[in-house]
Every structure is written in structure tokens, then in C-alpha cells.
Design a protein around this ligand. Sequence first.
Ligand code: SAH
Ligand code: TMP
Length: 408
Amino acid sequence: MQQSLCRISGNPLIPLIDFGDQPLGNGFLNSTDFEREYFYNMSVGYCQESYMFQLIDQPSPQQMFHANYAFYSSTSKSMEKHFKAFSDSLKDSKYLSTVDPFVIELGCNDGIMLKNFVSSGIRHLGIEPSLNVAKAANSLGVKTISEFFTEECANRIVNEHGQADAFLAANVMCHIPDINDVVRGIKILLKPTGVVMFEDPYLGDVIEKNSYDQIYDEHVYLFSALSIQNLFKDYGLELINVIPQKTHGGSLRYVLAHKGAYTVDSSVDEIISKELRQGLDKAETFEMFKKRVQKSKSDLINLLTTLKGQGKRIVGYAATSKSTTILNYCGIGPDLIEYISDTTPIKHGTFSPGMHIPVRPYEFFKSNPPDYAVLFAWNHAEEIMAKEQEFIASGGKWITHVPEVKVH
Ligand code: SAH
Ligand code: TMP
């Protein structure tokens, strides 16, 4: 059913971009399942009162997060390092009590962040609805319960474990449609001196870099400091710090606490002023974004069609959920992209959602290098470029689409 009201304010959304029918971003599938593949209309809208950029319609959480969830966080070495540094910054901060601190992480996936607390003997709890990745976390000694976080779940945790010093989340808050319920849960869970620290892909970067592939089923919201400050203030929680991150092509880490518990860092006012200058409070800004998205689509189709016409072999590098938006919006299938190379075993032998491009193991890419590789994991470019010297040396070229379609 089409949802056209803002999930925060309840006001009608201003419709912005229609990306057409889209499958699940992480819905890699077998050929026997092509016939019953699920599609929904992916459009985005904006609310001028809550400042929230959001999907109008979204598949149910149970359709996206389940016992066969295809995304394992630890496939990226740079993300391992990132979460080690994130954990260290909390351990070194004033926020953890000296006596028996307790850390909670929402969407802990395979334990990529919390394992750093296991090794320090810090009491922790992960909440992870996708059972396969939750099991992977538990097998590392990360105490994880497999369920969707709700206010009711928060009450149970407080009764069993007490309140938390820190409530962490990375790339998950923006996944949860009933975010009001989550914030109510956080309010209950947080000690009077506790902090919330979470990070998600940043709307400001998406607009600046034209990285429209950050829009897919799981990302029901693209947050800004404006929208987060507004969302949490209604629950007596205050934005006290913001820290830009390079991850996922540009993210923002938000630090929040009970109102008045800590002084507000100057970074908050600075980023809010920057967002107002960038026009993140105005629907017109997103109208301009729409035009750039349409140009990116035609540029990519033209480039791939031209190269294919010249007899070049083109493959995709990394079967990311972001690539699902690009491929389906641009209508790019196996006629243009031969296969997509990926390092995640669960994706091997499957086909990309919607456009059904075969997904092959990375070893296949090494033994069958193409003329051109479309870098779908552009957010991991540094890590990938470092390990693909051989591809370049043998004459291979990269195609990127962020911030514009380009051959390297
Ligand atoms: N934090 C990890 C994983 C991000 S993927 C990282 O940054 O790499 C998002 C994760 O959130 C998935 O593992 C998904 O199962 C989980 N998730 C989705 N909805 C959730 C909810 N309501 N409560 C807790 N976790 C959720
Ligand atoms: P992400 O962009 O959502 O983090 O997804 C990363 C995907 O890219 C995941 O399926 C693993 C894949 N990948 C590779 O195939 N090779 C790589 O070098 C990296 C970093 C990721």
C-alpha cells in the first residue's frame, strides 16, 4: 500500500523521485525463484516539517531481514578497522561507567563491532533479527538476541540486564520504519548519563555526490543532523555531537544523550548551519538532485551500450545492495554486464535482484578479468584499488558512477 504520510510528523510527504519497480536490494536469488520475485514501487518523498527524506513505500522488515540475510559486515577489512576504532573511541571516552559498564548494539550483524567489547570483557548485548548473522556473532562470543528492536524489547532488556551506558548502532537506524518506537525504547534503556551513538549514510553526502544508489528498500530514511535533532527532541534526547565518517561513501555519526546531561559540542550548530546553506531543509534542493540522477542514468546506459557495441567485456565488481537500485533503475542486465564478482559465499551462484545478472566468486574475476569493471562498491574504492593493481596493470579499466559516470 502506498504510504504518503511522513513517518515522523504525520504530514503529507512531498513526492520527489520515482525509481520504478524495484526488487529487494539484498534479494539475490536462484533462477528457480525468478517467477515469484517480489517487486515494489520505490519512490522517495520529503517532509518539510520533520526534514526527513524517506521512502514512500517499503517492503516489510520481515521480507528484508531473515535467516538468509545476504549481507555479512565482516566481508570488508576496512569496516573491521572502522568498528575497532569506533569501539576504542567509546572505551576511551567519559561515557562508560568505571564499574560494570553495559553496551548495547542494534543490528550487530556478524559481531563486527561488539567483538571488540568481548575482547575487553565489557558487558554487552547485540540485537540482530537476521538469524544467520546473529548466529555468526554468537559464535564469536558476542552475546546476541535475534529479534527486531522495539519499545517492548527495551523494557525486557532493562528488567534482565539493567540500563545501558551506551546504545550503539551503525547502518541500521535508517532501516527501521517505526523509528518512533525505537527512540521510545532508547529513552527507556539509557542510563541518566548514557549516550546513544549511531551512524548512517548521510543525506548531505548523497546530495553532494549524487550517490542515489544509497536509496534502496532497506534505507527507509536518509538522515541529516536537522532530521535527527528534530526526531529525538520530542523524547527529551539531545544531539550533543556529530562526527562525519568516510564510511559508506559519507556517513554521519550522531551522539545523543538525555537533555542537559552533557554540554552540546559546537559541531552541532556548525553542521546545522552547513545543512541550511546546502538547502537540506528545502524540497527544491531535491528537485535539482532528481535532474542529476536522471542524467547519471542516461550517461551510464550510453557508456555501457557504446562499450558493448565495441565488443568490450564489462562486469560488475561487488554485488552490493546499492547496485540493485542502479541496475533496475537503468535497466542494465546480463546483455551489458556479463557477471558480478563478489567475495560473499552466500551470494555465489545466485543472480542479482530484478535484472538477474549472475554473481560469481571473486576467484572467477581473477581468472576471467574483463576489459571494464563497474565499481559497485565505490564506497570501498580505496581498499579495492589497493588490491587490484594486477587488473589495472593488465589493461583493465574501472567505471564509476559517483559523483559522475566516468572511466578510469
Ligand atoms: N551494523 C552492521 C550491519 C548493518 S546492516 C554494519 O554496519 O555493518 C543492518 C542490520 O540491521 C542487519 O543485520 C539487520 O538484520 C539489522 N536490523 C534491521 N532491522 C532491525 C531492527 N529493527 N532491530 C535490530 N536490528 C535490525
Ligand atoms: P556494501 O557496499 O553494502 O558494504 O557491500 C559490500 C559488498 O561488496 C559485499 O557483498 C562484499 C562485496 N565486496 C567485494 O566483493 N569485494 C571487496 O573487495 C569488497 C570490499 C566488498
